[in-house]
Design a protein around this ligand. Structure first.
Ligand code: NAP
Ligand code: MG
Length: 507
């Protein structure tokens, strides 16, 4: 009861630091060709603190003319600039320098991310900013490790002629990178890191709700000394800036993370110019609890799988499947964990979970909860917004759900878990795979035989065992089915940012 009362009293957002307050006052500008330029567009986007609902800054909604200018700057940097001739070790050094600057400004970046996205400053520090720093450092290493192969030709050529053949990897060129609002800085790093390591040039479009850390990152890019035009940052709406980038003939590749519906639009639009496309899209990842699993580990793990980042995670463990032997214990435990989560503004050190990113997202998530209720789901905990001007949703667990319900089929992207019981471990793969998505899945069990038999049956890009949401720069990440295509991270990401050139020399 105390926990419920505590939850409904939402604290006030503390004032930002002087450095962040100063940054918020900056005039809306675009980062093009290494300079902060006045936009041709007169349209502006209001940036809001989700903990208060109040405007904290304003940024440009870049027009097609602004996109033209950024593409021209990027093309010049790629086709004629010093970047193409730069030694891999120099690209590596620049990426390290950028990550050092990120480390130096950790506190400011974490605070900016917190007041823009809603997540806690603590989480932004240890996950988003630390992850961004480490991601650039990891990717820096690949700059000096790009390689091709030599191979024997396999058939006869004209009599007396032999061939020397090899492959080389070359950067794909100008890359438009369109990212979402759930991990604004880290998503920018996932895009910029491998592109810069492989010698591409970038035009980054952050999400309309969360442009602030991308703008601060652009300042750090300039400070690190990247040549002009290698990184450009355009703030703007998806329908204006994003669509213009995707359609632009001067762009060679689009790298996108976001919703499956927009991913499909982008894929269609990019077809006209046959751009390279990589898509990291939505998910509806299952958390599968086998009967032997350690219950306490499962309760903490399953709660974290769904409530981390307020459920605004593409691979969030949204569909819990627990064997009938353990179902009640697991659902009661996760519900109690959910009820004990302290909601509040991100800059309050006592907060465990912040608000959702926007009013729109809050309404979407509450709409899903309502539809679950109407279709007969049982609300075990949460199920509503606390009284606050901020965009909060209480961590929610829905039980008694059926596979055809909207809350089970669609990506909610909020702190809402749907729990289903299963009777027979032989059926669980079919239940888990009964979704158009295939991004992640986790299996909770210490029965090695059962786990090893289940892993190959799960149609997902990542299968975690006794953990969930752990993402490493060295571990390929991406989707099966409608969760997208292409793999980010590790060696696999090099395929997304390079063209393979075959060289065949007769002698
Ligand atoms: P979204 O529209 O897919 O946003 C992702 C990015 O794509 C944003 O930068 C967005 O710009 C841009 N965009 C939108 N329409 C575009 C277009 N026609 N052409 C080019 N770029 C375009 O996602 P959202 O509207 O922010 O969120 C809606 C739902 O998507 C969420 O509720 C969630 O289910 C899902 N989502 C999934 C992920 C993920 O990682 N899988 C991330 C975020 C959201 P704007 O910012 O202007 O929209
Ligand atoms: Mg959108």
């Amino acid at each position: 009861m105390n926990a419920l009362i505590a939850q409904s009293q939402i604290a006030t957002q503390p004032e930002p630091s002087a450095a962040v307050a100063q940054f918020l006052k900056r005039a809306p500008r675009l980062f093009i060709g290494g300079e902060w330029v006045e936009a041709k567009s007169k349209e502006r986007i209001s940036v809001v603190d989700p903990a208060t609902g109040r405007e904290i800054a304003s940024v440009v909604d870049a027009s097609a003319a602004d996109v033209d200018r950024a593409v021209a700057a990027a093309r010049a940097a790629f086709d004629k600039g010093p970047w193409r001739d730069m030694l891999p070790s120099d690209r590596q050094a620049l990426l390290w320098k950028l990550s050092d600057l990120i480390e130096k400004h950790t506190d400011e970046l974490a605070e900016l991310e917190s007041i823009n996205n809603g997540k806690t400053k603590f989480m932004a520090t240890v996950v988003d900013v630390a992850g961004t720093r480490d991601y650039f450092r990891y990717m820096a290493g690949w700059a000096t490790k790009l390689e091709g192969s030599t191979f024997e030709t396999s058939i006869h050529g004209p009599p007396g002629m032999k061939f020397q053949t090899y492959t080389a990897r070359e950067p794909v060129g100008v890359v438009a990178q369109i990212v979402p609002w759930n991990f604004p800085l880290a998503m920018a790093a996932w895009k910029l890191g491998p592109a810069l390591a492989t010698g591409c040039v970038c035009i980054l479009k952050p999400a309309e709700q969360t442009p602030l850390t991308a703008l601060r990152l652009a300042e750090l890019v300039a400070e690190a000394g990247f040549p002009p035009g290698v990184v450009n940052v355009l703030t703007g709406l998806g329908e204006t800036t994003g669509a213009a980038l995707v359609a632009h003939p001067g762009v060679d590749k689009v790298a996108f993370t976001g919703s499956t519906s927009v991913g499909k639009l982008i894929n269609k639009s990019a077809t006209d110019t046959l751009k390279r496309v990589s898509l990291e899209l939505g998910g509806k990842s299952p958390v599968i609890v086998l009967p032997d699993a350690d219950i306490n580990t499962v309760i903490g793990g399953a709660a974290n799988a769904i409530f981390f980042n307020a459920g605004q995670v593409c691979c969030a463990g949204t569909r819990l499947f627990a064997h009938k032997k353990v179902f009640d214990q697991v659902v009661d435990g996760v519900s109690a964990a959910a009820a004990s989560i302290r909601l509040g503004p991100g800059l309050d050190p006592k907060t465990v979970m912040g608000p959702l990113v926007s009013r729109e997202q809050q309404e979407r998530v509450l709409g899903y909860i309502e539809s679950g209720r109407k279709e007969g789901a049982q609300v075990m905990t949460g199920g509503e917004a606390p009284a606050s001007p901020g965009f909060y949703v209480k961590p929610t667990v829905l039980a008694n759900v059926r596979p055809e319900m909207k809350v089970v089929r669609e990506e909610i992207f909020g702190p809402v878990l749907v729990a289903q019981r299963f009777d027979d471990s032989d059926d669980i793969a079919a239940l888990a795979n009964d979704t158009p998505f295939g991004l992640g899945a986790s299996i909770w069990s210490n029965d090695l035989r059962a786990v090893q038999r289940l892993v190959p049956k799960i149609r997902a890009g990542t299968v975690w065992v006794n953990c969930h949401n752990f993402v490493d720069p060295n571990m390929p990440f991406g989707g099966f089915k409608q969760s997208g295509f292409g793999r980010e991270h590790g060696r696999a990401v090099l395929d997304l940012y390079t063209e393979l050139k075959s060289v065949c020399m007769a002698y």
